[in-house]
Design a protein. Structure first.
Length: 268
């Protein structure tokens, strides 16, 4: 009798062993499944969800984020202007610089963090272009500065733009709380878009004012200035001789007066 009980107890498996066996089985099964899924995903072709957004996607984004002010049919409302004729270039500029959607009403729309991906921005721009065509993207040679005349572009900038943006492109104040933004980090595309679409208080520079060659030269001059290494020490905000003269007047003459007083005190 005792021997029979001993045999039964020896043949009985521990509950911990059973749990360990089940866990090992699950781990092996999960590993095989994960490996197979990764292999299948690697061989699959991209689905439509990963492709570029369409004009229909742009329409949905526009209706959800822009139609409140600009109207469902782009006709404008009391809160926002009509978008007829602005074109995809204006939409890309306004949204990709964070100026739109507008955070609050004010003298002008400030730059702020961008709220959409570039694909979403281009989809909305394409939708606006499909409904109300307007200025579109330039050819590559206009933006990449191919055969550009930087000196000519700098001269054109001084004649047409420096009165608002400052000769060093550092920006400047206008009337009634408005301002011309600095161009010290603006991309070539957005410089071109600003000249063509005339955002905020900026006039539109059409082909009668500045040809594409002229625009290319201005863009090249500004990009060159952005990349230029400052070899003359502190730029003092690049605000020109006024700020530099004020700096010399306060600190330079102040230092001379202080030295004169110190020498006089010592001599006495």
């Amino acid at each position: 009798m005792a021997r029979e009980k001993k045999r039964r107890s020896n043949g009985r498996r521990s509950p911990l062993a059973a749990a360990a066996l089940i866990g090992a089985g699950l781990l092996i099964t999960g590993g095989i499944y994960a490996g197979a899924s990764a292999a299948i995903a690697a061989t699959d072709t991209p689905t439509s969800a990963s492709t570029q957004l369409t004009v229909d996607d742009g329409e949905k984004l526009f209706q959800a984020n822009c139609a409140t002010c600009h109207g469902l049919d782009l006709q404008g409302t009391d809160s926002g202007p009509s978008l007829y004729g602005v074109g995809e270039l204006a939409v890309e500029f306004q949204v990709a610089t964070g100026r739109m959607p507008l955070q609050m009403q004010g003298p002008q729309a400030p730059q702020k963090p961008v709220q959409f991906t570039q694909d979403q921005i281009e989809a909305m721009a394409s939708y606006v272009q499909s409904v109300a065509p307007g200025p579109t993207y330039p050819e590559d040679w206009v933006l990449n500065g191919e055969d550009a005349d930087v000196a000519h572009g700098a001269e054109l900038f001084r004649i047409n733009c420096a009165m608002c943006h400052n000769v060093a492109a550092a920006g400047g104040a206008l009337t009634e709380g408005k301002y011309a933004p600095p161009l010290t980090s603006t991309s070539a595309l957005h410089i071109y878009a600003a000249m063509v679409t005339g955002p905020q208080n900026m006039p539109v520079f059409g082909d009668m004012n500045l040809s594409d060659e002229d625009k290319r030269d201005i863009i090249a001059a500004l990009i060159f200035q952005q990349q230029e290494v400052q070899v003359g020490g502190f730029t003092l905000g690049s605000l020109g001789p006024v700020s530099e003269g004020l700096f010399v007047w306060i600190f330079g003459i102040g230092a001379l007066v202080g030295a004169t007083v110190w020498i006089t005190a010592k001599s006495n």
